[in-house]
Design a protein around this ligand. Structure first.
Ligand code: F0G
Length: 452
């Protein structure tokens, strides 16, 4: 059979409230044309993020009931630690409440142990919170994406890769004492959710060893990345996704993990190390802000859900369905002439709003125009990733449609495509927006807009 189906059946449902175009026009106006300010109950298909929005399995919910809520040494921590150790091979596993908590602790530890006056962290591309945590400590966050990453229509298998030549030049120029660690984000979220190849990861590891600098992963979407390696990197097509994931983790000295993505849970994460010295420093910090090392900001039941989620996420029928869904949307959008980042990544479709709405100048936020129209026409919520979010610090006007894991079905996807098709037919009618209110930082969350 060629048709890829959802490899699950639905046992618990959450109703979606139907709304009309007229109702949504009013709701959007009341929210000052900012989708972050629209109540979730007024959204039909919510593609704002794939983070913390997964549907848990029956086995995960059963695990929740088994959660051991002891302050110290809980049985749920033992299960969590065993699963993470088996997957990653790291000896020191530290639970945290979400990815950015792991980042905060890691950079504190790494930068403190270094003692440099101008620390710098290279990455294929820092995610926003990662960058913010590096910069908050007075360090510089530097991105070395491959050149291909800035060409949305170019189809290459591993556009998430690090530019190894640039990385080596950088390591040559800067003394080892100024680089606390090298980081790789898999998949590369800020560059379209693009995967990183095993060859590239091995290249980074080699440089890290040559210059004796620790190598860390931001592993939020490790399973999707491992699946792409299996599908696209010839040497790996006979390995299982789990074996590939294990190989990736074993190249590095540790990782930060937001379990809200490939942990298949609504909250949670971890930080992991090979180095006992760094792990001990991290644990002391953990106690200040997250909690005792066997729960770190999570309930025992959360640890059970993560343990189970990490076992389910490497299931290849699940990954095939997930990646195929995104690919199916991409194929249809390309047929309709909608410009997108190609090939599509693992967790989202990124529409190039600047080239889709050529008649709206960048100063009038074409991405904002498209997210507003998606909502009014179809009740679909996406997110602008362009000038509204990054001001002058971006060369792209993208709209991200990120897919919660195991939440929406094929007919939701077909409905989404119908909405975009209708918008495409009438796109000349779309207009720009201006900002009427904004906060000095992270303005996209709270800004108010007005149609021009
Ligand atoms: N790293 C990556 C690659 C991420 O995509 C995220 C979150 C984080 C770290 C931070 O993790 O949210 O658990 O603190 N990304 C979400 C998104 C918010 O919508 O892409 P967190």
């Amino acid at each position: 059979m060629k048709t890829v189906i959802e490899p699950f059946r639905i046992k618990m449902v959450e109703p979606i409230r139907m709304t009309t175009v007229v109702e949504r026009e009013q709701i959007l106006k009341k929210a000052n044309y900012n989708l972050f300010l629209v109540p979730a109950k007024d959204v039909l298909i919510d593609l704002l993020t794939d983070s913390g929005t997964a549907a848990m399995s029956a086995a995960q919910w059963a695990g929740m009931m088994e959660g051991d809520e002891s302050y110290a040494g809980s049985k749920s921590f033992e299960r969590f630690e065993k699963v993470v150790k088996e997957l990653t091979g790291y000896p020191y596993i530290i639970p945290v409440h979400q990815g950015r908590a792991a980042e905060k602790i890691l950079f504190h530890v790494a930068i403190r142990h270094l003692g440099s006056r101008q620390p710098m962290v290279p990455n294929n591309t820092h995610f926003d919170t990662t960058r913010a945590n590096v910069e908050y400590l007075g360090a510089k966050a530097i991105d070395f994406p491959v050149l291909e990453a800035s060409q949305p229509a170019l189809r290459k298998p591993f556009k998430g890769n690090m530019d190894l030549e640039k990385l080596e030049n950088f390591l040559n120029q800067h003394a080892k004492k100024d680089v606390p660690l090298i980081m790789m984000t898999i998949t590369n979220n800020s560059r379209g959710g693009q995967p990183v190849s095993m060859q590239n990861l091995k290249g980074v590891q080699k440089l890290a060893q040559k210059y004796k600098i620790p190598f860390f992963l931001d592993a939020a979407r490790f399973a999707e990345n491992a699946y792409f390696i299996q599908q696209r990197e010839p040497k790996y097509n006979t390995k299982t996704v789990k074996e590939i994931a294990q190989e990736i983790f074993r190249l590095s000295d540790g990782c930060t993990m937001s379990a809200k993505k490939d942990g298949l849970v609504n909250m949670g994460g971890f930080l992991a190390f090979h180095s006992k010295k760094w792990a001990m420093s991290a644990r002391s910090l953990l106690i200040l802000t997250e909690g005792f090392p066997t729960y770190g900001g999570l309930a025992g039941r959360d640890l059970e859900a993560i343990a189970q989620g990490l076992e389910e996420v490497v299931d290849e029928d699940y990954l095939k369905y997930r990646i195929r869904t995104i690919e199916y949307i991409a194929i249809r959008l390309i047929q309709m002439g909608v410009p997108i980042v190609q090939p599509p990544g693992g967790h989202a479709i990124y529409i190039d709003a600047a080239s889709f709405l050529k008649h709206i100048p960048r100063s009038q936020f074409p991405g904002q125009s498209l997210v507003c129209e998606l909502y009014v026409r179809g009740g679909v919520r996406g997110v602008e990733i362009g000038s509204v979010m990054f001001g002058a610090n971006t060369d792209m006007e993208l709209v991200r449609l990120a897919f919660p894991r195991r939440v929406y079905t094929q007919s939701h996807v077909d409905y989404l495509l119908e909405v975009i098709e209708e918008i495409t037919k009438n796109k000349s009618r779309l207009h720009g927006y201006k900002i009427t209110y904004e906060e000095p930082i992270m303005r996209h969350f709270t800004a108010h807009f007005k149609p021009i």
